[in-house]
Ligand binder design. Structure first.
Ligand code: ZN
Length: 117
């Protein structure tokens, strides 16, 4: 059983009280005209996801509480939730530093700039 804590309303429960929503921090290609988005950018946005062994960042929904989406840092080896945080926020700094592989690359410039999402 996974114990999940909603950072929005404070509800705590097992994974059946929440809904997994895929990978966190997936950004739609920024453009005014969709024709400006390349096939590779669209492919990356729709299909390319991290698949780490260890620390991973995900979206979850609080089904039996507030109904809001939030982000979670979870270890895919132990299934332990390391932290949950708001949808427009970054994970705790120590978790960004602990990230490996593609996640480490993703958080590198965010660690250098500060805490803005
Ligand atoms: Zn909630």
């Amino acid at each position: 059983m996974l114990i999940v804590h909603c950072p929005v309303c404070g509800a705590e429960g097992d994974e059946t009280d929440f809904h997994y929503g895929g990978e966190a921090h997936v950004a739609r290609p920024a453009t005014r005209d969709p024709a400006d988005v390349s096939d590779a950018q669209q492919r990356d946005y729709l299909f390319m996801r991290h698949n780490p062994k260890g620390l991973h960042f995900e979206r979850w929904r609080c089904d039996r509480g507030c109904g809001k989406w939030f982000h979670a840092a979870r270890d895919t080896m132990t299934m332990e939730f390391k932290a949950t945080y708001g949808i427009g926020e970054l994970p705790p700094r120590e978790l960004m530093k602990a990230a490996t592989g593609e996640w480490a690359e993703f958080f590198k410039d965010k660690l250098a700039k500060g805490r803005k999402a």
